[in-house]
Design a protein around this ligand. Structure first.
Ligand SMILES: [Zn+2]
Length: 50
């Protein structure tokens, strides 16, 4: 068992799970920030949703 997140979330475009290895950019925002990552399935740069 691990407390670490194994993935960034789900691709909003195709619904695939986006693993942490696909991370491109982390950004800060008033709402708490987020990440941009390349989806392993559709190859688009997306903001993964949990
Ligand atoms: Zn996708």
């Amino acid at each position: 068992m691990t407390a670490q997140q194994a993935d960034l979330g789900d691709c909003p475009n195709c619904g695939a799970t986006v693993p942490t290895g696909q991370l491109l950019i982390e950004y800060e925002a008033e709402s708490g920030g987020g990440v941009w990552a390349e989806c392993p399935d559709c190859s688009k740069v997306v903001d993964p949703q949990r």
